[in-house]
Design a protein around this ligand. Structure first.
Ligand code: PLP
Length: 427
């Protein structure tokens, strides 16, 4: 008990001891005993340029020396405009307005609220329900948690979550709808899509404001891309029922999957893209959303032009300066080309590992967002009991050996195995 009293940090796990990191260099972190760790998951898929980049630190210091903080209700900074312009130009056509927050949860919370206001201002007062997906993650604030499908975290807040609906995200390797992959894909009646329409009709289209999804499912499935054409079908449904499509690129944005945004690979234009993590390469808490012109025009035409929302630290000058400097390094380091090259290398090496080990049942991902599914035995398709925490334990062994990955647990209903994400810095 004495030890607990002397330690003032409210740790993520109050029963655990964490190594204290003194510094990082490139893809490595060093703890106070001098132990070196390969940061093979970029922290939380955030430190996308690795550690110790002085130009980013210097840009932040320069901005802090000029003006530490200005409130965006009264003032703006040059850095804010420059970063918004840079991101707007990187985004798909028609997505031009950039709104800043400090984290991905806030970004998604903002997107959900914007969708609600957009419909309400246009007289569609009833549209308030969001459809999200099981086995997806959008954050830990109540709105983003309600939209997401992280069963464990949701369970802790039941019944206080918002009344949002959920369908399953596609996972052809272990279909939650129990379909056979080849049969399903060839027949063009994909249950993961028809279930979205069922949900819309059941809720009443007049009640549904938005559909939210990760383009490649990160922490909840372990880097699982959708089958080709899935999002085109989702876009059609959203258009048919006047539902905004929010694509959560908090984990996938800024080159992680080999293009600026993974949205480019799924071949659609969303109404809102949310981003976070990689935008500042983890050097500052920075995130936000990029909004389609039509949504912005709707708000301007139908209201006094105000988005009824806002945070003290939206567009924080030092965070924004970190973002600008980070995006500069992405360009200088030709990150997109590197991700394509190293992603292919990593994928092939993981396939080799799969051939060697019966506990790897699937290798998937895009660019440098790769995942492996972990099972007890591949041939018998024997899953770990989630209580065994196999992925967490494997990562513990890796940390002992000096490498850090991003583990995720399986599901009791067997629709999802344990997984590890491998997502090293992009440069
Ligand atoms: N959305 C996705 C896809 C994420 O992976 C995460 C975090 O892991 C979030 C949202 C939440 O972001 P944050 O932890 O910055 O609030």
């Amino acid at each position: 008990m004495d030890g607990i009293k002397k330690d003032y940090v409210f740790h993520r796990d109050l029963k655990k001891k964490y190594p204290i990191i003194t510094h990082g260099e490139g893809s490595y972190l060093f703890d106070e005993s001098g132990k070196k760790y390969l940061d093979a998951c970029s922290g939380a898929v955030a430190a996308n340029l690795g550690h110790g980049i002085t130009s980013i630190g210097e840009a932040m210091a320069e901005q802090a020396k000029k003006a530490a903080f200005v409130h965006t209700m009264r003032f703006e900074t040059k850095a804010l405009h420059l970063l918004a312009e840079t991101i707007g130009k990187m985004a798909p056509d028609h997505l031009n307005k950039v709104y800043f927050t400090t984290g991905g949860s806030e970004a998604n919370e903002s997107a959900l609220k914007l969708a609600r206001q957009y419909h309400r201002d246009a007289g569609r007062h009833q549209k308030h329900i969001v459809i999200g997906r099981w086995q997806s993650y959008h954050g830990n604030t109540i709105g983003s948690l309600s939209a997401g499908g992280d069963v464990k975290r949701r369970h802790a807040y039941t019944p206080n979550l918002l009344n949002y609906a959920h369908v399953y995200s596609p996972y052809c390797h272990r279909c939650p709808y129990d379909r056979q992959k080849d049969d399903c894909l060839s027949k063009q009646n994909w249950t993961c899509v028809t279930d979205i329409e069922r949900s819309i009709l059941e809720l009443g289209p007049e009640n549904v404001s938005a559909f939210i999804a990760e383009p490649i499912v990160g922490s909840q499935q372990g880097a699982v891309p959708p089958p080709l054409g899935y999002f085109k079908k989702v876009r059609e449904l959203c258009d048919r029922y006047q539902i905004l499509l929010i694509i959560d690129e908090v984990m996938t944005g800024f080159g992680r999957t080999g293009t600026n945004f993974a949205t480019e690979q799924i071949g659609i234009v969303p109404d809102i893209i949310t981003f976070g993590k990689g935008v500042s390469a983890g050097y500052a808490p920075l995130a936000g959303m990029i909004v389609h012109d039509q949504v912005i025009e709707g708000i301007i035409e139908n209201s006094d032009g105000k988005f009824i929302h806002g945070y003290t630290y939206s567009g924080h000058p030092v965070a924004v300066a970190a973002g600008l400097a980070a995006l500069d390094v992405y360009k200088q380091d030709s990150v997109l080309e590197n991700v394509k090259k190293q992603g292919l290398y990593l994928f092939n090496r993981l396939l080799e590992l799969k051939q060697k080990h019966a506990f790897i049942s699937d290798v998937r991902g895009r660019g440098l967002l790769m995942g492996i599914e972990l099972v007890k035995d591949r041939e018998q398709d024997l899953l770990f009991d989630p209580a065994e925490k196999a992925a967490e334990r494997l990562n513990g062994i890796a940390m002992e050996l000096g490498a850090v990955f991003y583990p995720g647990s399986g599901s009791i209903d067997g629709t999802k195995g344990e997984h590890l994400i491998i997502s090293p810095p992009l440069n």
